[in-house]
Design a protein around this ligand. Structure first.
Ligand code: GLN
Length: 474
């Protein structure tokens, strides 16, 4: 097979080609490794997708290589979660999901750039510089899994692993014109993921198409004794095959599909709803009355958990340590002062305040109650419909620097994705088309453990929409 032929293959097709002997796994690895290494070597002239790329001859494990978000611990390989404070940290072990991918034949091709500690929606919070969107290099790829999304969209990796706490797989997938799946909370082990907000963090695939997402998810699921919140899925993940949506009831929540969503995104969303009806689905309105409060609850809960999780980075155990401190306290303080970027500091302060004695119930307790209401909204909606559809993000990819001065505008990116995170339910983003030449994402969410049905519905829509991502390849 020629280079362009190999690059044209989805991960599932490449795996099939390896299995039938028409493609050598080593050749596949080396082709992508070379492409990833050139992006890394290009610095500012490239997309800046990677923080580390495998050495030549690393070959991999006989299957389809995978790019892994920086925050997954990979034994002996830099794992910095996009932060300066973890510079030089080489974990002594590998995250469970990465190990499972390796067991399935996927060698680690590269580590991908991300927002620091997964806090962000534009990848501009990385200590290792912003990632550029392959559709338009003056724009952001979304975040926090921006490096993973841009790498897959640009054809620098066959598929990639990301994490989603409030939207960080789905939103960058939407902005880069690829598929991103946040599975049911607990279905994938969090062991070895550098924690942001543990009750929300979930790993998941970023892929060219829905079949690849199913394949990668299937390799990673399973209860892990090292993560007490992990669960066994009720059954295996199947390859999606549906071509119709007949018999399915799809719900459209007014609360997430009106105000604040850009016109071009809404048009693409409505066209996707029309396609769904043509495929036989019944589309109806549903209510998620508390969904508009999801962002406020999330920006209390996630920083609260982060302030606790990030307390471990004090210069003693991991990565960077401030030099020449006079005493221990000064060493702690200077390490954290120099090691954390501004967004991380903002969240640590917010979270510490929300958890402080006397305020705990007013902020954290109240946000937890909103979270319960949101779960109940979804439970009620799923009595009426099988899946819920919304735009993934309220806008297409925005310009680098456009929102960095306004944290609240940046937080609004997660308006449509955060409710599902708080409820712990699965949601997938697939491209629904272009607006002004830039990709738009369609989000489909379902009840806990509905992954097989969700993937089937996404597959049928993907086929009918026929999105062409070729323009993003480098
Ligand atoms: N953009 C959201 C945040 O900054 C979500 C991040 C994520 O899902 N990791 O918290």
């Amino acid at each position: 097979m020629s280079g362009p032929e190999i690059l044209g293959l989805s991960a599932a097709a490449a795996a099939a080609a390896i299995a039938d002997g028409s493609l050598a796994a080593g050749e596949l690895f080396e082709l992508y490794r070379g492409r990833a290494a050139s992006d890394r070597a290009a610095g500012d002239d490239g997309l800046n997708c990677f923080t580390w790329v495998a050495d030549e001859g690393a070959a991999g494990a006989g299957g389809v290589p995978v790019a892994v978000k920086d925050l997954f611990c990979t034994k002996g390989v830099p794992s910095q979660s996009g932060s300066r404070i973890l510079q030089g940290y080489l974990p002594p072990y590998t995250a469970t999901v990465v190990e499972k991918l390796e067991q399935a034949g996927s060698g680690v091709l590269a580590k991908t750039n991300q927002d620091e500690f997964a806090m962000g929606s534009s990848n501009e919070n990385s200590a290792y510089g912003p990632v550029r969107n392959p559709w338009d290099r003056g724009r952001v790829p979304g975040g926090s899994s921006g490096g993973s999304a841009a790498a897959v969209a640009a054809g620098l990796a066959p598929w990639a692993l990301g994490t989603d706490t409030g939207g960080s797989i789905r939103q960058p997938a939407a902005l880069c014109g690829i598929v991103g799946l946040k599975p049911t909370y607990g279905s994938l082990s969090r062991y070895g993921m550098i924690a942001f907000a543990s009750s929300l963090d979930q790993a998941g695939p970023l892929t060219r198409d829905v079949a690849d997402a199913a394949l990668m998810l299937g390799h990673m699921i399973g209860r892990d004794p090292c993560d007490s919140t992990s669960l066994q899925m009720p059954g295996p993940i199947l390859a999606p095959s549906a071509e119709s949506l007949s018999g399915l009831r799809l719900g459209v929540p007014r609360e997430l599909t009106g105000n604040g969503v850009e016109q071009g995104v809404l048009e693409s969303f409505r066209a996707a709803l029309a396609t769904a009806e043509q495929l036989g689905a019944e589309v109806r309105d549903v209510e998620l009355p508390h969904a508009p409060h999801a962002l406020s609850a999330y920006y209390v809960l996630a920083p609260a958990e982060a302030s606790s999780n990030l307390a471990r980075f004090d210069g003693v155990r991991y990565g960077m340590r401030a030099e020449d401190a006079q005493d221990l306290l000064e060493m702690y303080t200077r390490t954290r002062h120099d090691g954390f970027g501004p967004e991380v500091k903002r969240r640590i302060m917010l979270g510490t305040y929300a958890l402080s004695s006397g305020y705990y119930d007013a902020f954290y307790g109240r946000a937890q109650r909103v979270r319960t209401k949101i779960s109940q909204d979804f439970a009620a909606a799923f009595e009426q419909v099988d899946f819920i559809l919304t735009p993934t993000a309220p806008s297409v990819a925005f310009k680098l620097g456009e929102k960095t001065g306004d944290p609240l505008a940046m937080y609004l990116n997660d308006f449509c994705t955060v409710p599902m995170s708080l409820a712990g339910i699965p949601a997938i983003s697939i491209p629904s088309g272009l607006s002004g030449g830039l990709p738009v994402g369609l989000q489909i969410a379902g009840p806990a453990f509905s992954e097989n049905g969700l993937l089937d519905a996404a597959h049928a829509l993907e086929l009918a929409i026929g999105f062409d991502s070729g323009a993003a390849r480098v």
